[in-house]
Design a protein around this ligand. Structure first.
Ligand code: HEC
Length: 226
């Protein structure tokens, strides 16, 4: 038999190599050249996708996955605004979640937001989303979850809570009240809690702006100078 010429073997080898790619696991992409170009990790906000398991191994990648990529702020960190108009909302709420803190807030704490229609309107938007279903449209403690009969009715702003001072309202929105009402400090920032406090006062007053809104400082000095 004649020996095949060496060059005649090359096509046969090529064909064998190509056919090789057709067999095996249908889900396998086969040999990948520079795999990082094929499969870039999708980056999810707050979730570390981990390194490519192809490169570091499945075990290591699984350990890295679902570790939040954004770190929690250091304990005691406060959101801070450089806007002078927002200065009243910087820094911690100083009253502790105790009966004493509640009483002191009631005596000392005053709203940095004036009682004006735009503030009340903002408070209403928040109230309708966060409070309405328990406290009811007029604050009479007849929200939809109460009407369904599965929830104790909150006291009415128009009767029992009519004379509650703004400091106590803010305090209870911040920390919650007893077991039936949860704190809202994690959902609403200070400015939003003050806006909704103004809306609660508006409801206490039967759906009217309060008259005794403190006079702005500029006016009182003008009067004193006369
Ligand atoms: C899950 C139902 C529920 C939601 C939501 C809710 N409250 Fe209440 N709230 C109650 C109940 C019940 C009480 C009475 C708690 C008690 O005295 O034991 C209460 C009490 C209060 C008081 C009186 C607190 C005090 O010191 O006696 C105020 C003011 C108040 N809520 C305002 C709000 C505002 C503003 C919101 C929305 C940001 C809100 N609540 C959301 C159920 C709720």
């Amino acid at each position: 038999m004649r020996k095949p010429h060496p060059t005649a073997v090359i096509p046969a080898l090529l064909a064998a190599a190509l056919l090789q790619a057709c067999g095996g696991d249908p889900n396998s992409p086969g040999i990948e050249y520079m795999p990082d170009m094929y499969r870039s990790p999708s980056v999810e906000a707050y979730v570390d996708p981990g390194q490519d398991p192809y490169l570091v191994g499945e075990e290591k990648a699984a350990a890295q996955r679902s570790t939040p990529s954004a770190r929690l702020p250091v304990a005691g960190t406060v959101p801070f605004s450089f806007d002078p108009a927002k200065a009243a909302f910087n820094f911690h709420y100083p009253y502790p979640a105790t009966q004493e803190g509640y009483e002191r807030a009631g005596l000392e704490l005053k709203s940095p937001l004036p009682m004006t229609q735009p503030v009340v309107d903002r408070g209403k938007v928040i109230y309708d989303k966060f409070c309405l279903h328990c406290h009811g449209a007029k604050g009479e403690g007849d929200g939809s979850v109460v009407k369904n009969g599965n929830y104790p009715p909150p006291p009415s702003y128009l009767t029992i809570l009519k004379d509650m001072p703004e400091g106590k309202i803010f305090h209870s929105i911040t920390y919650g009240k007893n077991v039936a009402m949860g704190g809202h400090a994690s959902q609403l920032d200070k400015e939003e809690r003050w806006a909704v406090t103004r809306y609660v006062q508006y409801l206490q007053n039967g759906g009217k702006l309060l008259r005794d809104t403190p006079v702005p400082a500029a006016d009182s000095t003008a009067t004193a100078a006369k």
